[in-house]
Structures are given as C-alpha cells and as structure tokens.
Design a protein. Structure first.
Length: 184
C-alpha cells in the first residue's frame, strides 16, 4: 500500500480488534501504534533513576563542600582606593578592584576604620546602599539587608554574604589588597 508520502507501514490492530470506525472516541483522538511504541524495560528505568539520583546526590555534595570550604582569599597587587581624609565617617565610595571586576563599595565606619564589599547584592546583583547609622547595607530591589561589619545577610531574600575586599591603611591611604569570596 502506498500513500502521498511514500509506502505506508501497516498499523497495528487495536486490542479489541474492532475496525477504526467502531473504536471509542478517545482511541480515535489518541491513537497509539503499538508497533512504533518504544518499550522501556524495568531494568532500563531503574538504571535511569539510579543514575539521575546519583547525579543529584553528587550535585548536593558539591554544594555542601562549597558552603563549608568555599571561602577563599584572592590576592592581587595593592591598589590605592582613597585617602583617609577623603571620606567623612559614614561616607562611601565605589571603585573597581581588581581592574575589570564588578563595582566595589568602600565605607568609612570610623575615623580610621573602613570596610569594603562587592556592591552587587548576592540575590539578583542589585547595587547595595550603605546605612552606616544602622550598621547595615541595604539592597532596595527586594529589601535585602546585610551586616555592615561582616557582610552577612540579615533580612530579605539574600542567602549568601557579600564578597569582602581586604583593606590596609598605610600612610593615610586606604589600599585594597585582596578579595575574600563568599561561599556559594
């Protein structure tokens, strides 16, 4: 038998062996040609389930490992960021360190005390704004709050702390000396 698209393969016979015109409506709407149906053995199904579950378990173990041991410091050449007298207490300045990185935020918390973090929120990369009088950093996009002294999330959707920029004050100048990544 041939059709418009070439030779037709014979269709399988429905289980009740009735002609197509006498089949129930659901069988006419959703015909299943058993000859073309893929057979999956129980062994193949179990193999697929075990491999998929193993992949999920390995992925979760990787996340646990990264959360426990993921914090690391990246050292780069020291970069002068600001003069100690440049900012008032509670003042902030953005900078990039190292070159080509995401924006960083330097905040003066005391006469000679500074903290610096990645300016992007760890939730959806919105810029954080210092609220020094409250001792916090605020992400206005989803009302996230971070501790100003540790970078740890305090409220809102962020779950990870902000990456901290390591600082040194030498000769009345604040230098960025490295970046401590947050655990992922």
């Amino acid at each position: 038998m041939t059709g418009d698209r070439g030779p037709l393969e014979p269709r399988s016979v429905p289980p009740d062996r009735a002609p197509d015109t006498e089949q129930p409506r659901w069988r006419r709407d959703f015909p299943i040609d058993w000859a073309e149906d893929d057979y999956v053995s129980r062994r193949d199904l179990i193999k697929y389930v075990v491999l998929t579950s193993g992949a999920f378990a390995v992925g979760h173990l990787w996340l646990v490992y990264k959360s426990l041991f993921g914090r690391r410091e990246a050292r780069a050449p020291a970069l002068p960021v600001a003069a100690v007298s440049e900012l008032p207490v509670g003042g902030a300045k953005t900078f990039t360190y190292p070159e080509g990185s995401t924006p960083r935020l330097l905040v003066k918390t005391g006469p000679r005390a500074f903290v610096a973090y990645d300016q992007q929120c760890t939730h959806l990369q919105c810029p954080v704004i210092p609220a020094v009088e409250q001792g916090k950093l605020h992400c206005p996009c989803h009302n996230g709050w971070f501790d100003l002294h540790t970078g740890a999330p305090l409220a809102g959707p962020p779950q990870r702390r902000l990456p901290r920029v390591l600082l040194e004050v030498r000769d009345e100048t604040v230098y960025a000396t490295g970046v401590e990544d947050s655990a992922t």
